[in-house]
Design a protein around this ligand. Structure first.
Ligand code: AMP
Ligand code: ZN
Length: 700
């Protein structure tokens, strides 16, 4: 009942007036807080006002308006994002990777201006995800991601939860922005501290960490459930109006001013530069200040200020000519190398990993980096105890650059790889011509853990929730020896897994029924992955994701692959003799075959699903080999078309080959076909078969 709630007016008219007042007051304070970072009232006072409005709106639901500050969260989760065509293309930016490239661009712009003096606006390049906001008659109606620049995704419900995004423009009634459509663009990002916190939470939940704040922001914006986005602490900096001409703005500087007035959050560190010297200066200072900001930047965007001049300069196919992104060199930090640990990979490869004091580099804390192999350590010349320079390659992968030799005090020690496996103590073996030694003990526990982890990993069978910790416990408790064991795990076994920690009362922490249920569901859905993922998951040496795809495409089933002779394997595109030998060696090992059989009887799919819904699989059971050059279609297209009808396409002719298609200048496969009595088809007969789907007579 309305009148029973404290502070809620008993009269509808009164409530309406109060609600409107509260809304404009809350919008003002939200703007002060989220856009200007300059609150006028305490958080507690803001919350009290918000609660009062909520109470009124819940007593009088008819008073709720979509742009009320209470309506940021509340949209139901989505099953998919709708595609949005951008009114104007969202361009990317040309990069200047070094100061001389920036100079060249400045000179070019200067030249093209024919001697007129040009003003620039220098902005920090926020390392987030681009965002386009559309307002109609002053109200936010749509938010979209950049996508490919032409079409993006509709993420309105999620973006509404970001507090610095105004739901209503804060303009006087006479401003042209209050009427019609206005599209504003900028960057949504995650502050460094929030990113660190999020990754710590991910870690606790056993989920993979985000590589950088950019990915984390992009992921948060694309959540199915707006409530998740709301919990991710995102912020925005807006810097562009796509529909700018309608607003009568004449330059970038003016636009930023308009954006500020309209209530958007605009980066405070933007400077107008009257010439190239000032631009260079700004870039230099930005490099130095990079670490002090509470958000990631990866460069400076330099824009020609005047829109008239921008129009003269125009666009290339992918980027404006009137702007350039000056990219920062990778951030480097120093730390102390404490030790080098040898990691055992799933194929037994022993890799030295540098362990150093944790340092924050380019947005995340790192404490280790691979050193690849012993030769690399010698080449870099690092000693244990050295002060070392570290950075992130491609801003993602931690890397040791080298030592700061002058800081040595004589206590540093050289590191040598021991001759035995750190996990099982077996002797290690370094093959001719290879840089890494390997543990050749098939039962090596470290290798087993890696293999099991690899099978469950994202690019392989993707058993969600099956992280290193749980795998380790399952192995310890004797439930997991090889990858086929995943499919024998029961609910009771999983629920009772001891996580090796104790509760306050001293009892052990168990995995529990909820997690067990989730894991079983993930294991179940891993049974229907594509053949290429199964192949990759088996961890055959030299068979990475790309090779696995090539092999899966060529053979269509694991069984066909496992019986293929080495030379047939080697003829598959992207597969050379070395890979073929490794696949053969895997297939010749009866333990491996036993695992494959157990996987198959557990119901793991080991054939390629290649059913095309429109076409019947009339060529099923036939094997085709293509030779010579085809005129009407490429080899890849012919292969795809044959597979779509259920045919197998092989790289070599054998007795099992059903047809050889001979184009112009056929090679040795043609001779082989004649010799083996395999039916040879012309390109015309191939086209005929593809069109009709009818199998030609096999033997003349
Ligand atoms: P890139 O993705 O490296 O081609 O850089 C282009 C992207 O930089 C744009 O799509 C924006 O998302 C982003 N960006 C970040 N800050 C700015 C800024 N101040 N001005 C323009 N673009 C920016
Ligand atoms: Zn070992």
């Amino acid at each position: 009942m309305a009148d029973e709630q404290a502070g809620v007016p008993a009269d509808l008219g009164e409530a309406e007036v109060r609600a409107a007042k509260l809304r404009s007051e809350l919008q003002h304070h939200g703007w002060r807080y989220y856009a200007l970072d300059a609150p006028e009232i305490s958080d507690a006072a803001y919350d009290a006002l918000l609660r009062e409005l909520e109470a009124i709106e819940s007593a009088y639901p008819e008073l709720v308006v979509p742009d009320s500050p209470t309506q940021r969260v509340g949209a139901p989760p989505l099953s998919a994002f709708e595609a949005v065509a951008h009114a104007e293309r969202m361009y990317s930016l040309e990069n200047a990777m070094a100061p001389d490239e920036l100079d060249a661009w400045l000179q070019r712009v200067q030249r093209e201006s024919g001697g007129r003096s040009i003003g620039f606006v220098c902005e920090l390049k926020i390392d987030g995800s681009s965002l386009a906001l559309t307002y109609e008659d002053g109200t936010l109606v749509r938010a979209a991601t950049r996508g490919d620049g032409v079409t993006g995704e509709d993420v309105t419900a999620n973006v509404r939860t970001i507090r610095s995004v105004p739901l209503r423009l804060q303009l006087s009634a006479s401003d042209p922005g209050t009427a019609g459509r206005v599209e504003v663009r900028g960057e949504v990002y995650m502050p460094k501290a929030s990113f660190e916190r999020l990754n710590a939470e991910q870690d606790e939940k056993g989920l993979p960490a985000f590589a950088n704040p950019r990915n984390a922001a992009a992921g948060a914006v694309r959540q199915k459930d707006p409530a998740v986005t709301a919990s991710r602490d995102l912020s925005t900096f807006m810097y562009q109006v796509a529909t700018v001409r309608a607003l009568g703005l004449t330059g970038q500087r003016e636009t930023l001013g308009w954006l500020r007035e309209a209530g958007f959050r605009v980066n405070p560190d933007i400077e107008y530069c009257a010439g190239p010297a000032e631009v260079r200066d700004f870039c230099e200072k930005a490099v130095a200040r990079r670490g002090d900001l509470d958000y990631e930047i990866d460069g400076v965007v330099v824009k020609v200020d005047s829109f008239a001049m921008q129009d003269e300069l125009g666009f290339t196919a992918k980027a404006p000519r009137w702007a350039i992104a000056f990219k920062f060199p990778p951030e480097e930090k120093t730390t102390v190398l404490r030790g080098i640990r040898v990691q055992v990979g799933r194929t037994g490869a022993l890799t030295p990993v540098a362990e150093f004091d944790p340092v924050l580099v380019a947005g995340s804390t790192i404490a280790r980096a691979t050193l690849h192999n012993e030769d690399e350590i010698r080449r870099k010349g690092v000693l244990i105890g050295d002060t070392i320079i570290v950075r992130k390659a491609g801003d993602v992968i931690p890397e040791v650059v080298g030592p700061v030799e002058r800081l040595r005090d004589g206590s540093e020690r050289e590191w040598c790889m021991r001759a035995e496996c750190p996990s099982c103590g077996s002797a290690v073996w370094r093959e001719e011509g290879e840089v890494v030694p390997r543990c050749t003990n098939a039962g090596c526990p470290a290798q087993r853990l890696e293999r099991l982890g690899h099978w469950a990993a994202r690019g392989a069978l993707d058993i969600e929730g099956m992280g290193p910790e749980i795998i380790g416990r399952l192995v310890e408790q004797g439930l997991l020896h090889d990858v086929a064991d995943y499919y024998a795990l029961t609910f009771e076994q999983l629920a009772a897994v001891d996580l090796g920690r104790t509760k306050k009362d001293g009892s052990p922490v168990l995995l529990g029924e909820t997690v067990a249920e989730k894991l079983l569901a993930s294991i179940e859905s891993s049974k229907t992955r594509q053949l290429s993922r199964v192949l990759f998951g088996l961890g055959i040496r030299h068979v990475g994701a790309t090779v696995a795809e090539a092999l899966a495409g060529a053979f269509g089933s694991l069984d066909a692959l496992l019986v293929a002779p080495e030379d047939e394997l080697a003829r598959v595109e992207q597969v050379g003799p070395k890979i073929a030998e490794s696949v053969r060696a895997f297939a010749d090992n009866h333990e491996n075959i036993a695992i494959v059989r157990r996987l198959q009887s557990a119901g793991v799919s080991t054939i390629e699903e290649r059913k095309s819904p429109e076409r019947e699989q009339t060529l099923e059971g036939t094997t085709w080999v293509l030779t010579g050059s085809l005129e009407g279609l490429t080899r890849d297209a012919a292969t795809a078309a044959l597979k779509a009808l259920g045919a197998r396409v092989s790289g070599s002719v054998s007795k099992k080959t059903t047809y050889v298609v001979a184009g112009a200048d056929p090679g040795s496969k043609y001779d082989a076909a004649i010799e083996l009595g395999v039916r040879v088809l012309s390109e015309a007969e191939l086209s005929e078969a593809l069109q009709s789907g009818v199998v030609p007579e096999a033997v003349e």
